[in-house]
Each structure stands twice: as C-alpha cells, then as structure tokens.
Design a protein around this ligand. Structure first.
Ligand SMILES: C[S@@+](CC[C@H](N)C(=O)[O-])C[C@H]1O[C@@H](n2cnc3c(N)ncnc32)[C@H](O)[C@@H]1O
Length: 248
C-alpha cells in the first residue's frame, strides 16, 4: 500500500468532515472555476466536481496527485508547492485548501499567492487543525513521547500564525476583505486498531518516525497508544478545526 492509499484509508475520513462547509462557502455560484490546493487524495475535489465546479487540483506530493488523477479524470491535476502556484493572475473564482496551510513554510507568501490567482470578489476558504484539541493525532505524539525514544519533533512551520486573530490579520495583509475564522468541532469515530495502522502507514512529517523504529520500539509505542486512545473507543476522538474565509 502506498502512503497516499494509507492516507486515503485513514486521514481522508478525518479531513472530509470540513468539505461541506468549505464548499458551502466556495461553490455557491454556478460552475465556479475552483482551485483545490493541497488536494491530497481528492476529498474536496471529488465533492466539488459533484457540484458542477470546474476543478483544478494541485499538491506537492506526486503520490497524492497520481491517486487523485486516477480517480477524478474530470479534474485538471497539476503538481505545485505553495507558496508558489503555476497559474495566471485572477484565474479562479474560488480557492479551497483543506488542512494544507498548516504544512506550508511561508504563510504570508502563500496567502499573497492565493490572492493573486483569485479574481476580484473571488472566495478563499482554508482549514487547519486547532493543535491542542487535535486528540486523534495528539495521542500518537504523546505515545512517541511516552516511549522515550530519542526524537526531536519536526518544526511546525505554521506555529504562531495558527490563531484566528493572527490568521485574520495575515489575510488582511495579503489584500483579502471580510476575513473571518470559524471553529468546527466534532468527534472522529474510528476503530482504534485501524486508526493506528492507517496513521503509521501514512506516516507524514510527524509520524513517519514510528515505522522507522525497530519492532520492539514500535510495540512499545503501540502499547502507549492503546492506553492513551482507549478512553475514546466509544465516543470517538474530540477534534477541532479552524475554517478561515475571505473575499478577494
Ligand atoms: C493533511 S493533507 C490534506 C489533503 C486533502 N486536502 C484532504 O483534505 O484530505 C495535506 C496535503 O497537503 C500537501 N502539501 C503539503 N505541503 C504542501 C505545499 N507546500 N503545497 C502544496 N501541497 C502541500 C500534502 O502533500 C498533502 O497531500
């Protein structure tokens, strides 16, 4: 199984929760030209196509793009890494980015670039996790810490820009109007054993360290995960995301 397939089996179910609010903001008009940045395996792209949008989907990861291209032949697929986009000025009516801005080095530059490719009055809608309420993944970080392996968590490029007031200010600085940030909370209900397997296989910058460990260390981390995740078996993991939206 590729990382993209593992992402699709696990994380994509978590991230799909914010697709409806993102598209309510961006696909209200008829057949908008929509740019889906950091499309991953296409949860937003898929739903936007179903609403009749003309979708261009971009991602930095070729594996994600390959899967999205195979599944969604009616979307235009391009490889691109924010903060740089290979598009003309004012080419899109709307831009969505579901849980990508938190991976981008250079938030201010990325917002300026998204502003550039939107037409006047076009809509931008972006989500990211509220890190301290992201129990579904924090249990993995806590399990790694409890196992006491020598491990330096990767820098999180978005830290410092991830609060609603700061992000709203960055949107305004990039030239956007009517910027606002909503909070979305839900429970991620998932089989705990499957969630372990899917997150470890998908890896990514925070959790690929687990699969690199010797088997006895993986077992140790797994033991801590089982203990930390157990209280959420019935009700699901509490998770919280921010949804920012603004007009060009
Ligand atoms: C958490 S996934 C979200 C994927 C998808 N939007 C979803 O909701 O499932 C983040 C995605 O952003 C992509 N990504 C990370 N950094 C990026 C960048 N600087 N520019 C474009 N894509 C990026 C990753 O490859 C990954 O597919």
């Amino acid at each position: 199984m590729t990382n993209a397939e593992a992402y699709d089996r696990g994380f994509a179910h978590l991230s799909s929760h914010t697709v409806a609010p993102l598209l309510a903001l961006t696909c209200a008009g008829r057949a908008p030209r929509l740019l889906d940045v950091g499309c991953g395996t296409g949860v937003v792209t898929s739903a936007a196509l179903a609403l009749g949008a003309e979708v261009t989907a971009v991602d930095a990861d070729p594996g994600m793009l390959e899967l999205t291209a195979r599944r969604h032949p009616y979307a235009t697929i391009r490889r691109a890494t924010l903060p740089v986009l290979p598009f003309e000025d004012e080419q899109f009516d709307a831009v969505t980015g579901n849980f990508v801005i938190n991976h981008v080095a250079g938030t201010a530059e990325a917002l300026k670039e998204l502003h550039r490719v939107l037409r006047p009055t076009g809509i931008l809608a972006l989500t990211w996790w509220k890190a301290d309420e992201m129990t579904a993944t924090n249990v993995f970080a806590d399990a790694i810490a409890a196992s006491r392996i020598p491990y330096e968590p990767p820098d999180r490029p978005f830290t410092g820009n991830d609060t609603p007031p700061r992000f709203t200010a960055l949107l305004a600085q990039a030239g956007f109007q009517a910027a606002a940030v909503d909070t979305v909370r839900w429970r991620h209900q998932v089989d705990l054993a499957s969630w372990w397997t899917d997150v470890v296989q998908a890896g990514g910058p925070r959790f690929d360290v687990i699969a690199r460990q010797p088997p006895e260390t993986v077992e140790c981390i797994r033991g801590h995960y089982d203990r930390l995740a157990a209280p959420y078996a019935r009700e699901g993991f509490p998770v919280c995301a921010y949804l920012a939206h603004a007009t060009r």
